[in-house]
Design a protein around this ligand. Sequence first.
Ligand code: 0A1
Ligand code: ZN
Length: 886
Amino acid sequence: MRTETPPVIRLADYRPSDYLIDRVDLDVRLHPTETRITATLALRPNPAGEAGAPLVLDGDDLTLLAVALDGQPTAPGAIETGPRGLTLHQPPGRPFVLSLETQVNPSANTKLMGLYRSNGVYCTQCEADGFRRITYFLDRPDVLAVYTTRIEADRTEAPVLLGNGNPVESGAAGADRHYAVWHDPHPKPAYLFALVGGRLGRIGSSFTTMEGRAVEVAVYVEPGKEDRAPYALDAVRRAMAWDERAFGRAYDLDVFNVVAVSDFNMGAMENKGLNIFNDKYVLASPDTATDTDYANIEAIIAHEYFHNWSGNRVTCRDWFQLCLKEGLTVFRDQEFSSDERSRPVHRIAEVRTLRARQFPEDAGPLAHPVRPQAYREINNFYTATVYEKGAEIVRMLRTLLGPETFRAGMDLFFARCDGTAATVEDFLAAFAQVSGRDLTAFARWYAQAGTPVVSVSGRHDPLARTYTLDFHQSLPVVATEASAGAEPQPLVIPVALGLVAPGGGAVAARSEQVRDGVFVLEQESGRVVYTDVAEAPVPSLFRGFSAPVKLAHALDAGQRLTLLARDSDPFNRWQAAQGLALDVLTARARAGAPLEDEAGADGAALAEALGSFLDAEAVADPAFAALVLTIPGDQEVAQEIGANVDPDAIHRARRTLRRHLGRALAPRLVALRERLADPTEAPFSPDAASAGRRALRNAALDLVAAADPETGTRLAEAQCAGATNMTDRLAALATLALLPGEARERALQAFAQTYRAEPLVLDKWFSLQAMIPEAGTVERVRGLMRHEGFSLGNPNRVRSLVGSFSLNNPTQFHREDGAGYDLVAETVLALDARNPQVAARLLTAFSTWRMVEAKRRARAEAALRAIAASPGLSPDVGDIVGRSLA
Ligand code: 0A1
Ligand code: ZN
C-alpha cells in the first residue's frame, strides 16, 4: 500500500510567487550531526502576486530553532510549521526581514539532497528542491536573490570552505574553528546555492577573460588525488575560451571552483561559481580512466561551465522549463566537443545515445514532451528526453535559421533575458524576432511526445530527367498525465539531404524546395522535385541526423552499399552500415535466430563492404572506422522490432553477425591492430586521434574474439596484462568477459587485486561482470553486492553494478524466469528508504517492459506490481512505478 502520492503539478496552473526575496544572508555552522543555519531573508510582497496572502515557505526535514520578524520574536500562532514547510499567516504588506534558525544532520542525509557529507566532506545539492532541506525558503526557480554566506567549521575537519560567488573574508572563530564569507553578486534561485567544507587538495590556474577579468580557476579533489585533476582543470580553461569564441559569453566572477565528491546522485551540478561534481567526471589518469572517461570529463566540465550563462544568468521560470537550460546546454556542450574532437564522430556518438536511451523512453510508458505539462516528482524529469531531445530541438533551430541568424537569436536571448527566470516562449521569441519567422508550428516540438516517423519514397523519371521524393510524417499519439492523447499536429522537420550517383559522386541536380541542402517538411506530406537528373540516384536523407525522427525509407542493400562507399556525408555513411546490419539482425531475430546459422547473403555483402572500407580508410580515420565496424546494439534492434521482443534471439543474431564479420575480416583486423599500435615508448595521450586508434584496435579485437575465441582469449589476456593504459586494459577485459572460462576469471581476479583501492576503477569491474550475458550473472551480481568494495549508499557503485545489469544486459535482466527483474526490483526497494532519487532512476530500466514477449512481460509486470504494493514507497519511486504500469 502506498503511503504518499504527491499531487500533480501542472504548467497551466503556474502563478507568480506572492512574495519575493531580494537578499539572503546565511550563517552556516558546520557540524557532523548538528549543523546550524541562520538565514536572514529580505522579503517583500510581489506586485504580480496576491496581496495579503500568507507567506508559505518550503521546508523538508528541518528542525526550527528560532524565528524573528524584523528582529522581533513572532507572536504566538503567527507562524505554523508542518512537514512541508512554514507558514507566516499575516505577513506585513511592505518589505520585511525574516530570520530563521534551523538545524540539520548532514551525516544522516542519505538522500544526498540538501547538506550532506561525502567521505567526510560537507557539500550541498540543491537542484531541484534541496535548498528547503537547509532552511525554510521560497524554493522555486523564479525567486532570485543575492546571497552572502558565512561558513564556519572545525579547522581540522574542514580547512577548505567554499561558497558561491567571490571570497570576501576569512579568519579564526575561536580556538579550533574558522570561517569564510562568500558573496555572490548575481541574483540566483535557491537551486544554484552551494557550499563545501572539508579536507581537499587543490590545483589551480588563472584565466583572463575577453573582458580582461583575471579569474582564479581551481579544481578540488580528495587529498592525494591532485595528479588526477589536471585534465579537468584544462577542460575548464578550454570551455571558458570556447564560450567566448562560439557564443561571445565571458565568465563573470573572480573565481571558478570545481569540487569532486564521491557520493553524488547525478553527474555534476552548475552551482554559481562552485560546480560540484561526481568525482567520476573529474578524476583521470592514464592508469585509471578510459578514453570514454576523458571524453565525458571534458563534456561534463564544459556542460556545467556553460550553464553559467544558459541556466544561471538566464534561469528557468518554473521546472516545466527545464529543457530551456538543459537542452540548450547539452547542445552547447555537444558543439564544444565536436569542435575539440571530430565533428562526425561526435555526431554519431550523440545519435547512438539518443537512439539507445531517448527513443525507447519516448516509445514507452514514461514518454513525455520535452517540456512536460504535468509532473508529480520533478526529480524524475531529468531525462534523456529533456536533455538529449531538448538539444536536438536547438540544433534543428540552427539548421532552419542558419548559423548567423541562430547566433543573433542566442545573443538577443541572452541580452533580453539576462538576470531573469525565462520560458521556452522567451527563447523562441528571440529567434522569431531576429529571423522574422513565425515559430509557432516549430514550438510543437516542445509539446508533443513520441518519436515521429518520416516515410520517404523516391521516383526517377528518365524522360523528364526528374527525381521526386515524397515525404510523409506520422506522429504517435501519446497519452500522458496532462493529456489523454490529443491528436498531434504536424511538426516542422528539417531534412538535410542530397543525391548520390550510383557510381559515386554528388549529383548536380537542383530543386526549388531545397535551400542550402535542406528541405523543410512542414505539413503532413511534402514533395521535393529535382530537375536535370539523368540516372536514378541514391538519396541521402537526414544528413548529419538533421531531425530526431525515425526514417522509413526502403533502401535496398545495393543502395546502402553505395551510400556507405560514396556519400559525402560521414553520418549517412555510418548510417548505411548500421542499416545493413540492422536488416540482417532484425530478419534473423524475428526468425528466432538459431545460433548455428550463418549471417546470410546480406551479412556476406556487409562483410565485403566493410572489408573494402577498412582497406581504403581505416588508417586515415580510425575513430570513424571503429564506429562503422560496431554493429547496432541490442536495444536498437529491439526498438526496430518493436513488439514481442525476444532478447535472447536478438543476442544470438548479434553474436552470429559479429562472428561472421570477424571471420571474414580477421586477417585485415589483425594487420590493422599491428599497424595502429602505438610505439611502446610513446607517452599516453587522451587526444581524439590517439583515442581513435585505440578504439579501432579494440573493435578489431572484439570481432577477432567473436570469430575465434581461442585467439581472442590469447590476445585479450596478453593485452590485459601488458596494457599501459585503462582503455586497452578494460577493452581486453571486456573481450575476455564474453569468453567463459578460466582465463576470464583469472583476469578478473588480477584486475580486482590491482585496483582494490580504486573505487572508480572497481566500478568498471562491477559493471563488466554485470554485463556478462550468461545464466550465472544474476548470482554473480548478488555476490558482488556483498563485495567489500560495494555499497548501496554510493550511487556510482549502484549504477555500476545493478544499473549496468538492468540497462546493458538485456538477456539476463529479461530472463524468462523473472530472476533478473526480481534482482532489480529488490534493489530498488532496498535503496528507496535510503536514496529515493537513485532508486527511482534504477527502476526506469523497466520502462520497456511492454515491448518484450508475453512470458517475460508477465514477469516484469508482476515485479512492478510488487513494488507498487510495497508499503512506504517514496514519491520518486511511487511516481515511476505508477506511470510504468499506467
Ligand atoms: N543541473 C545538473 C543536473 C542535476 C540535477 C539534479 C541533481 O540533483 C541531485 C544534480 C544534478 C546538470 O544538468 O548537470
Ligand atoms: Zn545541465
